[in-house]
Ligand binder design. Structure first.
Ligand SMILES: CC(C)(COP(=O)(O)OP(=O)(O)OC[C@H]1O[C@@H](n2cnc3c(N)ncnc32)[C@H](O)[C@@H]1OP(=O)(O)O)[C@@H](O)C(=O)NCCC(=O)NCCS
Length: 221
């Protein structure tokens, strides 16, 4: 598992709802959040955001030694958006580092492996031998059970559940409250809609919504 580099001050990118939650997470871990970069705040001439100094837009990073700070990707990942991913890739190429952030009220098993920049929010659970790819979000109260393998830039939204041995491709989005049963594969860029229950493999870039219940004979005695 990548370890947060506690010694470096952190800089937050973005000032929306996701950034707000991450600021709280970083502070709960005792990190120093030394500044925020956000083009809108910069244009508004804001000097401070939630007690954190506004450094400017993303261009403010150009003046910094990449080794001197850790970056926190505060850009949320909604369905169809790729800004979070693009920003991460371009800043990693410039030599910046994104520490793993795990909320103190989350549970991550010691055998789970988290890629660089993974963010695990309060109440989330990641079980034994799960693997989470770089820049992924395991959001509030989401559950990733044993042996799941998630690609990069995946968003498991609040309250979603992946049962054991689920495989999820890069950039997939498992929306709030969705459930994916054990052993299922979700293709890259696919979307499992809010509240959906996925019981069959889902192909790349496909979207499913809804979960009508059906009566069927019970299990054999
Ligand atoms: C899958 C999803 C993206 C579909 O959104 P959308 O394409 O904007 O869909 P629309 O709102 O245009 O709705 C289209 C139709 O599908 C239905 N629908 C949309 N999402 C649905 C869902 N999750 N379950 C059941 N029906 C749904 C709508 O009621 C609508 O039906 P209608 O045409 O009969 O009125 C959305 O449901 C979703 O899951 N968003 C992510 C939510 C989330 O996890 N947020 C957390 C952020 S941290």
């Amino acid at each position: 598992m990548e370890q947060a580099q506690e010694s470096r001050p952190l800089l937050l990118l973005g000032a929306g709802g996701h950034a707000k939650v991450l600021l709280s997470l970083a502070q709960a871990l005792g990190h120093e959040v030394a500044g925020i970069c956000d083009p809108l705040l910069a244009r508004q001439g804001a000097r401070e955001w939630r007690g954190v100094r506004v450094l400017g837009g993303d261009e403010a990073l150009a003046a910094l030694d990449p080794a001197s700070v850790g970056l926190v990707n505060g850009i949320g990942q909604m369905v169809g958006s790729c800004l979070r991913h693009r920003l991460f890739v371009s800043l990693v190429e410039k030599g910046f580092y994104f520490p793993v952030l795990v909320h103190p009220a989350a549970w991550v098993d010691a055998t789970a492996r988290l890629g660089v920049g993974v963010q695990v929010m309060a109440g989330a659970v990641i079980q034994a031998d799960a693997v989470i790819g770089a820049n992924s979000i395991i959001n509030t109260r989401a559950a990733i059970d044993h042996d799941c393998r998630l690609g990069e830039n995946v968003h498991v939204a609040p309250g979603a559940t992946l049962c054991g041995n689920v495989v999820v491709g890069d950039q997939a989005f498992i929306a709030a409250g969705a459930t994916v049963i054990q052993g299922i594969s979700v293709g890259a860029g696919a979307v499992v809609g809010a509240g959906a229950v996925l019981v069959r493999d889902l192909g790349e870039r496909q979207t499913i919504i809804g979960h009508p219940v059906r009566k069927r004979p019970g299990p054999a005695e």
